[in-house]
Design a protein around this ligand. Structure first.
Ligand SMILES: CC(C)(COP(=O)(O)OP(=O)(O)OC[C@H]1O[C@@H](n2cnc3c(N)ncnc32)[C@H](O)[C@@H]1OP(=O)(O)O)[C@@H](O)C(=O)NCCC(=O)NCCS
Length: 262
């Protein structure tokens, strides 16, 4: 298996949440997201009580969604993810976090709206248990997916993956099978989130090659959807409990990693 392309432990900048809250008269967009650049933010909701306390910046719809989670821990993870998303997007857009507006397409892909105009800023959110990721780009379309690593039945792979992908998994052998499963899965979901279709497009309708080159790529599809082949895939490493993959529609000239902390 190729190693993750970027490893957060080695190359991420740490940003305290207090730095994201300097709004009011000090609003200023982060200016270093140039055209073609991608920023990826990560956090651990279990260590972010300060974000949890900011739930009042969530929209009514977000608060209603949060309230629907039966388990406190799921409610917390969702609320922290959306608070962080608002804090971060607010800094890029130059607006207070509570004024960040996004709407979802018919298939569910959220997109930022700035006043009446659209902005070139694209984003993708993924959270699994307490771990959250927000990928932001200027111009390029983007999708990110992260999954908590837990044992998986091989039957699930046979139902979700294409024959091309199953052959790669089998060739990996027992030792790397689980890692291969999650790498393939997160690449597929990152592509589907970038496309904006989510799981409305069958998972086995396109092939990810996740073993033969340094980076995974879309190797084939049973669907006549040319856009599936435009994705540049980047496996990201953060910690051993999650596998994360990023899809960007045009090759990024720079990917910067940030870790948001309490
Ligand atoms: C999008 C999807 C692949 C997410 O996968 P997941 O691993 O369960 O969850 P993740 O944490 O990685 O991603 C969730 C985030 O993806 C985003 N998202 C949701 N739908 C999306 C879509 N179609 N395209 C891109 N991003 C989407 C949201 O920001 C969401 O965050 P939220 O639930 O906190 O609001 C999956 O939920 C899906 O396909 N859902 C079905 C979409 C659908 O059927 N829509 C029908 C019309 S609404």
């Amino acid at each position: 298996m190729p190693r993750p392309f970027f490893n957060f432990r080695e190359s991420c900048a740490t940003v305290p949440i207090s730095a994201m809250m300097a709004h009011g008269q000090h609003i200023s967009p982060l200016t270093n997201l140039s055209d073609g650049a991608v920023h990826v933010w990560a956090w651990d909701a279990a260590r972010m009580e300060s974000a949890e306390r900011l739930s009042n910046i969530l929209s009514l719809e977000e608060r209603c969604r949060a309230a629907r989670f039966r388990q406190t821990i799921h409610r917390r993870d969702y609320a922290v993810a959306h608070v962080n998303m608002r804090l971060i997007l607010g800094r890029y857009l130059g607006v207070p976090p509570e004024n960040v507006r996004y709407i979802s397409t018919a298939s569910g892909k959220p997109q930022v709206v700035l006043g009446s105009a659209n902005t070139p800023i694209q984003f993708s959110l993924s959270h699994t248990q307490a771990i959250g990721f927000l990928a932001i780009s200027h111009g390029a379309e983007i999708g990110i997916d992260t999954e908590f690593v837990r044992p998986i039945s091989r039957t699930l792979a046979s139902v979700c993956f294409s024959p091309y992908e199953l052959a790669q998994l089998e060739a990996l052998g027992n030792h790397s099978w689980l890692e291969g499963f999650y790498r393939c899965w997160t690449c597929k979901e990152a592509v589907l989130k970038g496309e904006g279709t989510g799981l409305t497009l069958p998972l086995d309708s396109f092939d990810i090659d996740f073993t033969s080159r340094a980076r995974p790529y879309v190797a084939g599809s049973t669907l006549p959807i040319a856009s599936l082949f435009r994705w540049h895939l980047f496996p990201l490493g953060l910690m051993s409990c999650v596998v994360t993959s990023l899809a960007v529609s045009t090759y990024p000239n720079n990917i910067s990693l940030f870790r948001l902390i309490a």
